[in-house]
Design a protein around this ligand. Structure first.
Ligand SMILES: Nc1ncnc2c1ncn2[C@@H]1O[C@H](COP(=O)(O)OP(=O)(O)OP(=O)(O)O)[C@@H](O)[C@H]1O
Ligand SMILES: [Mg+2]
Length: 217
């Protein structure tokens, strides 16, 4: 064998030493690759959000490896004006759950991207995509109510929220809408379900993006 390899110019020693060293990779490190770069270091600081993280972690049941997994739990609605840190807090919450060792399959999508992905087009099964979002153990639905509404978007939003509502699946939702405007903008069926299924946190303050002062040389 080694003679064949040598004849072909392959050194067994080199091949073995080229194997990467096994490295212990934590769930948080794996998740970091899927978190958008801007939110990779996000920390959930708001007390309402850390309370939700604790409640979801407590709802976890031990899985096959002993680590708690989540199937059912409360949902959280993070409201507030543009740039107050809603998406930052939402990713911070996901990172906190992963850091606490909760076994977690999660998905994050902006509602505008979701509508774009679910638009009927050839060679693509939007129904399957909707079911994937409906069944994902933890879903971050970013910027609900920001996209222009139509009967079609209202129906899709209703079906997704209703599926997650019925199965008590933890859902993180961010919105620019004021709580009192949810019913007008999302329709009564969605707003009513959100009222029952979500804890609420409202972020206030200035737009953090505009507060950033860059040093100019
Ligand atoms: N607690 C924080 N510490 C440091 N940076 C923060 C914090 N919260 C938010 N930021 C930063 O402020 C900016 C705006 O935050 P983010 O994108 O979360 O706002 P948003 O409320 O989701 O805005 P929008 O409504 O437009 O989606 C981002 O660059 C984010 O990284
Ligand atoms: Mg956002």
């Amino acid at each position: 064998m080694s003679q064949i390899l040598t004849r072909r110019g392959i050194s067994l020693d080199a091949a073995v030493s080229a194997e990467p060293e096994p490295v212990a990779v934590t769930a948080l490190e794996l998740a970091a690759a899927r978190i958008p770069a801007r939110y990779r270091e996000a920390r959930a600081e708001h007390p309402g959000i850390t309370a939700w993280v604790d409640a979801v972690a407590r709802a976890g049941k031990p899985g096959p490896g002993g680590a708690p997994g989540i199937a059912e739990g409360p949902s959280l609605l993070i409201a507030g004006p543009t740039g107050t840190g809603k998406t930052f807090q939402a990713y911070g919450a996901i990172r906190a759950l992963l850091g606490a060792g909760v076994r977690l399959r999660w998905q994050a999508i902006t509602v505008a991207d979701m509508y774009a992905n679910l638009r009927p087009r050839q060679g693509h099964d939007p129904e399957r995509e909707l079911q994937t979002l409906a069944k994902c153990p933890l879903l971050l639905l970013d910027d609900l109510g920001a996209a222009k509404a139509s009967e079609w978007t209202e129906e899709l939003t209703y079906r997704l929220i209703n599926a997650r509502y019925e199965h008590l699946r933890p859902t993180l939702i961010t919105t620019n809408l004021a709580i009192r405007d949810l019913r007008d903008k999302l329709g009564d069926r969605v707003a009513s379900r959100l009222a029952e299924m979500t804890d609420r946190v409202t972020l206030t303050g200035d737009d953090r993006r505009r507060g950033t002062v860059r040093a100019v040389a």
